[in-house]
Design a protein around this ligand. Structure first.
Ligand code: ZN
Length: 201
């Protein structure tokens, strides 16, 4: 069962921004970078709403410091997009920035560096937010009896609302019948349990 469908629009976890402390660029070994797996990268990209962020973080991972030009050349992502995504990452303290001046042109050069420990914190904080929402949703499903017209595109309503509607669907007019939400409860419980495990709770 698709979790997004279960959670529904109203309860879809919002992609809130993790506002970690801005950490002054520290010299870090690149050993930690190997800890960032594909799933983590995918989550970061999803949180930023930027598919290209995956490719960019891969490039950032592979060297200690990179310029926006280098990233654009290696990924074929347009320089404007590269900069936009870099600033999004910077906003969330996932990369640090060092600025130098090109002695020939006098223009600034921006050197970017991945902050792997911040990346992990970012993921954990997002997982916690999702867990909170799922917990609320799970309690809601447990504490309510639902009624449904069994028509695609219509919504389930809790008992109290169904009474007010005289058990008639407000969308299609068909009668509202009891809806067994056991499968939803199982799917939600599984997801909650999995997240708890991942968070070590
Ligand atoms: Zn209906």
């Amino acid at each position: 069962m698709n979790l997004v469908w279960i959670i529904g629009k109203r309860f879809k976890p919002k992609l809130r921004i993790y506002s970690g402390e801005v950490v002054v660029s520290k010299i870090k070994g690149i050993f930690m970078l190997s800890n960032i797996d594909d799933a983590t990268l995918a989550r970061v990209a999803q949180a930023l709403g930027e598919e290209d962020a995956i490719k960019m973080i891969e490039i950032l991972k592979s060297s200690e410091e990179t310029t926006d030009d280098e990233i654009a050349n290696k990924t074929t992502i347009r320089l404007n997009s590269v900069r936009k995504i870099l600033y999004k990452l910077y906003d969330r303290s996932l990369v640090s920035l060092r600025r130098t001046r090109d002695p020939k042109t006098g223009w600034f050069i921006f050197h970017w560096r991945l902050q792997p420990d911040q990346l992990e914190g970012f993921i954990l904080s997002r997982k916690r937010q999702v867990l909170e929402k799922l917990d609320v949703r799970l309690a809601y499903e447990k504490n309510h009896d639902f009624y449904y017209c069994y028509t695609a595109g219509c919504k389930r309503v809790p008992f109290e609302e169904a009474v007010e509607l005289v058990f008639k669907c407000p969308t299609c007019g068909k009668p509202l019948m009891h809806y067994e939400n056991e499968r939803i409860l199982i799917a939600l419980s599984k997801k909650v349990e999995q997240l708890r495990k991942e968070l070590g709770e």
